[in-house]
Design a protein around this ligand. Structure first.
Ligand SMILES: [Zn+2]
Length: 256
């Protein structure tokens, strides 16, 4: 057992007893952790508001071995998520970002840069950024960090370059990317997507996009392309999370 100190964002809290919570945190140094926060539900909680959903806090915890929950000893609030000030959609997008990180990561497996990527996304949502663009950036950034970024340009089966001037292009979620016409018969579940959709996904997959000027997703992009982008992303995330993420039901407006 050892005492660990790190930065964290609160992904989830559930009641554990009359006075205590089980918290799921994403930390910079230890990846995701599940910890018991004793006394967190008391009126005078030692954690105050540092365990509110999506708060960024600096925490001290005692790491337990095996599958046991860690023990949270201290949490000091650094930044609260105020997505609701920007509206309901940014608020839901924030909850979704937290759910996404929780669903795709394992306990005690650090992912360099992931905590800052999540914090930056929450700040962008609060400050009125385009939610569709912010979420797409975050989703692609997350799957890239986890090594799940699909191949948007080369056939996953034979490596052939895919010309995106065809009316539609085949995409295999399980296969991990686009599939050329010759290789399509080898794949069972195929999505048919437009070249423009692929082009946008490829552009946003470039890590530099996070810091570049917004490309106007949501105003310049036709609704059918926006809908397709969501269909492809939902399919990829459902595949890697092994389930459909709950908050997606609240994000239908990203398609419009
Ligand atoms: Zn091929």
């Amino acid at each position: 057992m050892s005492f660990e100190k790190c930065q964290a964002v609160v992904l989830r809290t559930v009641e554990w007893s009359e006075t205590s919570l089980i918290v799921t945190l994403f930390t910079d140094s230890f990846g995701k952790i599940g910890a018991i926060a004793k006394g967190a539900k008391r009126l005078k909680s030692p954690f105050e508001s540092a365990l509110d959903l999506l708060s960024r806090s600096s925490v001290v915890f005692m790491m337990k071995s095996g599958d046991s929950l860690d023990l949270l000893l201290e949490a000091k609030l650094q930044r609260r998520f105020r997505g609701v000030q920007a509206g309901l959609l940014p608020l839901y997008c924030g909850y979704y970002a937290g759910e996404l990180v929780n669903a795709l990561t394992e306990n005690h497996q650090p992912i360099p840069g992931m905590l800052d990527s999540l914090s930056r996304t929450l700040e962008q949502l609060e400050s009125g950024s385009n939610p569709a663009e912010t979420i797409l950036n975050f989703e692609l950034d997350t799957i890239r960090r986890l090594g799940h970024l699909p191949s948007w340009q080369w056939c996953v089966a034979c490596g052939e370059a895919i010309e995106n001037d065809r009316p539609t292009i085949a995409f295999s979620t399980a296969g991990g990317g686009v599939v050329c016409p010759q290789c399509v018969p080898m794949h069972r579940q195929i999505l048919r997507i437009q070249g423009r959709t692929l082009q946008i996904l490829a552009e946003y997959s470039d890590g530099e996009q996070m810091v570049r000027e917004p490309m106007g997703l949501g105003t310049l992009t036709p609704p059918n392309v926006r809908t397709e982008i969501r269909t492809v992303m939902e399919s990829i995330l459902q595949y890697h999370a092994d389930r459909r993420l709950r908050m997606l039901d609240y994000l239908e407006d990203l398609k419009r």
